[in-house]
Write a protein that binds this ligand. Structure first.
Ligand code: 0X9
Ligand code: ZN
Length: 433
């Protein structure tokens, strides 16, 4: 054997014999559907005791038989986790074999690359870019767009709402859209930017957006959780952050789930008082400055705001109140009809499936959410839209999918927007003779 060949064999042997050779070289996202209660318990255990991140469901209390679990497993815990699954006969599929590559793709939003061919709205943006965009949009459209400061975040970042106002008829009604309650759901802020851009570009060109903007002012909060969003952009390891960044009194854990912090059945279902958990509802209702800012604004404007929409991801669902109880909202049938039509139109135009219904029954019961709170405040048309996808990429939806995800969500927003106008115009006590 020649010397270089001996070296080659030796080097590879030394790699093979190294402890830990069998570990995965890459992080992965696994899809697992537990079949028995024992498997449910094991999965709950794995997700709490090993270094993993539950993508779906958000908390291990929601893990149950026949429900798909999406579990992010870092390379260093891969062998252990897979061994436990195998030992208990739990089968898994690899959903994403290399999420880090997708993460980098999402962060690479280089507008100077002429080969990318994508527009500003077809890329994800850092918080600073979004603030710049908010300023620019207000400056470039002084007659129709105003940036309103409604408060600031825990880390003192400004919370700006863009008010789109295309005419100044008296007694104008309004709708509200917020994005980015949950930091890791990047498609959500991307949608708010998309929506504003569409409104400014297609007013008087597209019938539905024109009808909406002619009759309503639209308030858009592009990033409700700027501290969390910023955090997800700082390192691959932080990409899965969901909550805000407030520091609890009691210990070292950070963050409150803003969608558990609203004052509706606060702290009861699908939420936790433990600051270390993803669904931590905070120390008391509206404890968080981000929640307070939104709640105060909506309280002040409750007589004009008729439609509340909050944008999340992922699972392709059009949800309406209630989530905090299985009781039906008094306008359940109206709400159901609205999302049903939205889902049908998405199916027809984009061949994509959205499930729909009241939150508790369609997704899971949970208290303290903004949609239920807005509904109880008197904003009777209140929705949570969960955008793409259904688990192919999850939070790592590639930039090339932004336009598809946003266009179908836009269709849903326009559908419910127009329906609200029609309902408002219909006589209040319409009786057939
Ligand atoms: O759990 C949530 O906050 C939302 N799902 S997500 O995966 N984006 O976290 C659903 C919110 C539904 N509405 C209420 N729970 N009120
Ligand atoms: Zn969410």
């Amino acid at each position: 054997m020649s010397t270089p060949l001996i070296w080659f064999v030796f080097m590879n042997l030394s790699i093979l014999l190294k402890p830990g050779y069998c570990t995965e070289t890459s992080d992965q996202v696994l899809s697992i559907t537990p079949q028995t209660q024992e498997q449910v318990d094991i999965l709950r255990n794995v997700s709490t005791h090993y270094e993993t991140v539950l993508w779906q469901p958000v908390s291990n209390e929601y893990i149950s038989t026949q429900v798909q679990v999406h579990l992010y497993v870092p390379a260093n815990s891969s062998v252990t986790v897979k061994a436990i699954l195998q030992k208990h006969g739990i089968t898994h599929k690899v959903l994403l074999a290399n999420p880090n590559v997708l993460t980098e793709m999402q962060m690479k939003n280089d507008s100077t690359d002429p080969r990318s061919g994508s527009t500003f709205y077809e890329r994800y943006h850092t918080l600073e870019e979004i603030y710049d965009w908010i300023n620019r949009t207000a400056q470039d459209n002084p007659r129709t767009v105003k940036a309103i400061l409604i408060g600031s975040s825990y880390e003192k970042r400004p919370l700006y709402v863009l008010k789109l106002s295309f005419n100044d008829r008296p007694n104008r009604k309004a709708m509200w859209i917020d994005c980015g309650i949950h930091a890791r759901e990047w498609i959500s802020p991307a949608f708010c930017l998309w929506f504003v851009h569409h409104s400014l570009s297609f007013y008087q060109q597209n019938t539905e957006i024109t009808r909406i903007l002619d009759s309503m002012d639209v308030y858009v909060l592009p990033v409700m959780n700027p501290d969390g969003y910023k955090y997800t952009w700082t390192a691959i390891k932080r990409r899965w952050w969901r909550k805000n960044r407030s520091i609890s009194n009691s210990g070292f854990c950070v963050g409150v789930d803003l969608n558990r912090n609203f004052d509706v059945d606060w702290g009861i279902k699908g939420s936790s008082q433990n600051p270390c958990e993803e669904i931590n509802c905070g120390p008391f209702p509206e404890s968080e400055p981000e929640t307070q800012a939104v709640a105060n604004f909506l309280r002040r404007h409750k007589n004009i705001v008729q439609l509340y929409i909050t944008i999340h991801s992922y699972s392709q669902m059009l949800i309406f109140p209630y989530s905090y109880t299985f009781d039906q909202a008094e306008n359940h049938n109206d709400l159901l009809e609205m999302v049903q039509e939205a889902a049908q139109r998405i199916k027809r135009h984009y061949r994509n499936t959205y499930t729909y219904g009241p939150g508790a029954a369609t997704l899971y019961p949970s208290s303290g959410g903004s949609d239920d709170w807005a509904h109880k405040l008197g904003i009777k048309y209140s929705f949570t839209f969960e955008l793409q996808d259904r688990g192919e990429y999850g939070f790592l939806l590639p930039p090339s999918h932004i336009s598809g995800a946003c266009n179908e969500a836009l269709l849903a927003v326009k559908t419910v927007g127009v329906k609200v106008l029609e309902k408002a115009q219909a006589p209040a006590n319409h009786h057939t003779i």
